[in-house]
Design a protein around this ligand. Structure first.
Ligand SMILES: C[S@@+](CC[C@H](N)C(=O)[O-])C[C@H]1O[C@@H](n2cnc3c(N)ncnc32)[C@H](O)[C@@H]1O
Length: 214
């Protein structure tokens, strides 16, 4: 079992401003642990976490990739999360470049078709639409109608960002209609699978994996 990244530099009060790793984060780590051989074989040249929050997942994936020369990129819309990710990378002796931006703005078009590994634990909670689009901690969960507003905005970019061998992982809950998401991605040329699923309180969490069909 791979150890959870060291987050001891983040204090209780930091989690008033950034997302504190929770069941969804830990299910994501479990899924990546299942995927260790696949990821090592993939040997990504560039990885990208969208919405890195504390940086916990990127640090975990960074440890899996080990000494490879992978360029590890992250984005987050919340400036405090961007700073936290930077701190987590340092705390875990990893080199990570973090961009404070909306989704992947600033990454496209330059890195279009070049990302081998991409992952996103998005804001998936069902909320009124007006709550979507904050730059502070609410951005961590506010997903709007069906918890799909940020997910739906992001989906069209996946095919533009991923390299031919690229893979994308995403956390969703039942209310986000995972089958519908998989169908949309199928139309975009991706086959999908469920790497992990877990009941966490009232939430049924899924970790979806997408790879190109051809
Ligand atoms: C559920 S939290 C996940 C945080 C971390 N990756 C984890 O798994 O613990 C979602 C993260 O996405 C970020 N986020 C939300 N909307 C975003 C957007 N439009 N662009 C970039 N990041 C966004 C939030 O600030 C938050 O850090």
């Amino acid at each position: 079992m791979l150890p959870t990244p060291d987050l001891s530099h983040l204090k209780r009060q930091d989690y008033q401003f950034i997302y504190e790793p929770a069941e969804d984060t830990f299910l994501f780590l479990d899924a990546f642990e299942d995927e260790v051989s696949y990821l090592k074989e993939l040997n990504p040249a560039i990885s990208l976490e969208v919405g890195s929050g504390s940086g916990c997942v990127t640090a975990f994936v960074g440890k899996i990739l080990g000494e490879s020369n992978c360029l590890k990129l992250c984005t987050d819309i919340n400036p405090k999360a961007a700073r936290a990710t930077q701190g987590t990378a340092k705390q875990n002796q990893l080199s990570v470049d973090i961009i404070e931006t909306h989704l992947t703005n600033g990454i496209l078009p330059r890195l279009g078709g070049k990302i081998d590994l991409m992952y996103f634990n998005p804001p998936y909670v069902l909320t009124p639409s007006e709550e979507v689009g904050s730059h502070s901690v609410e951005a961590a969960w506010a997903g709007g109608i069906d918890g799909r507003e940020v997910i739906d905005e992001f989906m069209p970019y996946i095919k533009q960002l991923l390299s031919p061998k690229g893979v994308f992982y995403m956390v969703v809950v039942n209310e986000n209609k995972p089958d519908d998401i998989r169908e949309i991605m199928k139309r975009d040329g991706f086959e999908s699978s469920i790497v992990r699923t877990r009941l966490a309180g009232r939430e049924k969490l899924f970790i979806l994996k997408f790879v190109r069909t051809a």
